[in-house]
Write a protein that binds this ligand. Structure first.
Ligand code: COA
Length: 306
């Protein structure tokens, strides 16, 4: 028993902010940002609910499902539009959903966490037959646009999938973790802006994500060389390269959008999935690894047979 993806959707704000745009207002440069992060430009200027709704509509259209077909809504975000109600509430109203819905917050690992929660709920005998899983974040609202250590990285975006119940075993393995002793290296207080020790985050992320992938592949009894598609969180292209090197997954199998999107937290994995889908590599039976990490620090990995 499991869940399979039948629809994928993405949403990005229209406004493009290039590295040169940032260099015009702070002490940085296009070449520094490209070399250290892989980011060329990012999109900013939207709300989490707007991006969630737009990406969900696209995923539902691809899946060919209507509002009444959706049995549960899970929305991953760490930038909800309001403290309460959950952003899922507004999204649900706009999409005319009649099912249950809730937000989860596992920072940038949220979509991978959401995929695990969604798949597990769909395995329940009374679980939903079709589920909408959205990752959306508007990080531009919690960035100090004079702080070059964070402003160059974070941006806005949304991504969504429609999952359908299947008799096949699709989620072959998963792993998730939170290590609160790293909470102080990446956080945002209420009403404030993101604070980050970038170098520390980099080190923890590479180690944790590589270990998490190795653990999950072992649980799933899959070798790194058998991975067809890697959908990694898009925080820094050098983190993805280092993780591939450590795990033995061919970097060419990773689908990366960071050059044009920056880091849009919960949205990055579904945006990477959109690229993989457009490239035609998400075929029935493909072994797909999704992996995310973020503030907490949190991290999560899934190994899925497509
Ligand atoms: N432009 C130009 N110079 C910059 C800069 C910027 N935007 N940010 C930092 N620098 C400078 C530093 O002041 C430092 O100068 P110094 O050598 O004179 O002291 C130098 O560049 C190197 O800084 P460092 O912080 O060591 O750079 P780095 O290679 O670690 O890159 C990050 C910084 C933030 C890009 C990188 O650490 C990173 O991506 N970390 C992970 C962050 C992340 O993934 N966050 C999201 C998690 S979900």
């Amino acid at each position: 028993m499991g869940a399979r993806v039948i629809g994928i959707g993405a949403a990005l704000p229209e406004r493009v902010v290039t590295n040169d745009d940032l260099a015009a207002t702070m002490d940085t440069s296009d070449s520094w940002i490209r070399e250290r992060t892989g980011i060329h430009e990012r999109r900013i200027g939207s709300s989490t609910s707007v991006l969630a709704i737009e990406s969900a509509r696209a995923a539902m259209e691809m899946a060919g499902v209507h509002s009444e077909d959706i049995g549960l809504l899970i929305l991953s975000t760490s930038t909800p539009d309001k403290c309460m109600p959950a952003t899922a509430s507004e999204v649900s109203a706009e999409l005319n959903l009649t099912c249950g819905g809730f937000d989860i917050n596992a920072a940038c690992a949220g979509f991978a966490y959401g995929f695990i929660v969604a798949s597990s709920m769909m395995k329940s005998p009374t679980g939903p037959k079709r589920l909408l899983l959205i990752g959306a974040d508007s990080l531009s609202n919690i960035i100090d646009w004079t702080d070059r250590s964070t402003a160059i990285l974070f941006a806005d975006g949304g991504g969504a999938v429609v999952l359908e119940y299947t008799n096949a075993d699709t989620l072959l393995g998963w792993d998730c973790a939170t290590d609160g002793k790293y909470a102080s290296i990446l956080y945002c207080d209420h009403g404030s802006t993101v604070v980050m020790e970038g170098r520390e985050v980099f080190k923890v992320a590479v180690r944790a994500v590589a270990d998490s992938i190795a653990t999950t592949l072992e649980k799933a009894d899959i070798r790194a060389s058998d991975v067809d598609v890697l959908l990694p969180h898009q925080a820094n292209i050098r983190i993805i390269e280092a993780v591939c090197k450590r795990t033995g997954i061919d970097f060419a199998k990773s689908f990366n959008v960071i050059a044009h999107t920056g880091n849009n937290s919960s949205a990055t994995i579904p945006l990477s999935m959109t690229k993989a889908h457009e490239s035609g590599v998400l075929l029935p039976g493909s072994i797909v690894v999704m992996t995310g990490f973020g503030a907490g620090m949190t991290w999560a990995t899934t190994v899925v047979r497509w």
